[in-house]
Design a protein around this ligand. Structure first.
Ligand SMILES: *Cc1c(COP(=O)(O)O)cnc(C)c1O
Length: 347
């Protein structure tokens, strides 16, 4: 079986941790592992002097935590709504009663940065919420331009990098991002279930809100200072995360991983050209390829791949649009075989 979804095929050594006996979490050993994971995560995202919170919960849990604890301390938010993940930021703001501007960006299009700059100058939001990579379409946004607009207007920048961390170059310190969010089943390529918040040192001493018991920042920070979590952590996932981070460090760090993801995407995009599949994204991230096939019946490719080849790709929101993740392990030959199998179900 091959998987081109999230997390995709994962390293057998990481997967095997899940079947071994594991540590009790209220120990110094577990604390040391978590402190090391925090150090390695901050290195990978270039956030010297920063802090992390590692939650047992998927990425949306961490997005919710950011709104409960941080965004509600602000007067007005602006959200880049370029697809289902961007819209999730807007939904969360509505849910918690935060005044938010829904800055819509058409499917698979880049932001009109001139219009964005004028909107920020006129509306004067004090917090900016966006995705680096809008995973629903494959569109990558330009964080340098976004960061310049935020810093020019005194707006705090929060970025969901869930599907770009370790797949696209990302320097949180240089970009002056206050909070970044990621989760384990995307670029980290381990099973789903943990999400990570990265905090810039500029937020040291910040007075956060207390609007969510389970995700409370201050409670998590005070426990994490001793490498512990306030509630039962998904212990196996914490061990898999630590092993994966050590592996990344030993194998050339984020640069090597980003180069590998890029190579896979370039191979697959060559195959898209060969079979005549259009890639709608204006600026396509290497993390996934979103492409349109010539399908005669809805979901024929998706079902056919599962039924005949035990292989998963991701259906998209429009007919014939599929997404293949490049964040899992995959060889050139496997990608060639995948494309041939997709083509088989087109006709
Ligand atoms: C996967 C993903 C999320 C989180 O989704 P969950 O279902 O909570 O794991 C959030 N934002 C982006 C951009 C994503 O790709």
């Amino acid at each position: 079986m091959h998987s081109y979804v999230f997390p995709g095929d994962i390293d057998p050594k990481i997967a095997a941790i899940g079947s071994k006996p594991f540590l009790y979490m209220r120990t110094d050993e577990f604390s040391e592992i978590n402190k090391e994971s925090e150090r390695l995560l901050l290195e990978l995202i270039h956030c010297p002097g920063g802090r992390t919170i590692i939650y047992t919960g998927s990425g949306t849990g961490a997005m919710s935590a950011v709104v409960e604890n941080y965004v509600t301390t602000k007067k007005k938010a602006i959200v880049i709504d370029g697809g289902s993940f961007g819209h999730r930021w807007f939904d969360l703001c509505c849910y918690y009663g935060v005044d938010a501007i829904d800055f819509k960006v058409p499917f698979a299009k880049d932001i009109d940065y001139g219009l964005l700059e004028r909107t920020v100058a006129e509306e004067k939001p004090d917090v900016f919420l966006c995705q680096h990579h809008e995973t629903s379409s494959g569109q990558l946004f330009d964080l340098e331009k976004i960061s310049a607009i935020c810093h020019g207007n005194g707006v705090s920048l929060v970025v969901d990098v869930i599907s770009s961390f370790l797949a696209e170059p990302l320097d949180m310190g240089a970009l002056g991002i206050d909070i970044c969010i990621t989760s384990t089943q995307k670029g980290l390529n381990i099973p789903p279930g943990l999400s990570v918040l990265f905090f810039s040192p500029r937020l040291d001493g910040y007075t956060f809100n207390h609007k969510g018991y389970y995700w409370d920042f201050d409670d998590n920070f005070s426990n994490l200072r001793r490498g512990q979590t306030p509630f039962s952590p998904a212990t196996i996932l914490f061990l898999q995360l630590n092993e994966r981070l050590r592996q990344l460090k030993g194998q050339g760090g984020e640069e090597k991983n980003i180069a590998d993801v890029r190579h896979r995407s370039e191979v697959f995009r060559g195959l898209c050209a060969k079979y005549g599949w259009e890639i709608p994204a204006e600026v396509a991230s290497h993390a996934i390829t979103g492409f349109k096939v010539n399908e005669k019946e809805p979901r024929k490719v998706f079902r056919g791949l599962i039924d005949k080849y035990d292989t998963y790709i991701m259906p998209g929101s429009i007919p014939g649009f599929y997404r293949v993740s490049h964040m899992g392990l995959q060889s050139d030959a496997e990608l060639e075989a995948l494309a041939a199998c997709i083509h088989e179900f087109e006709i």
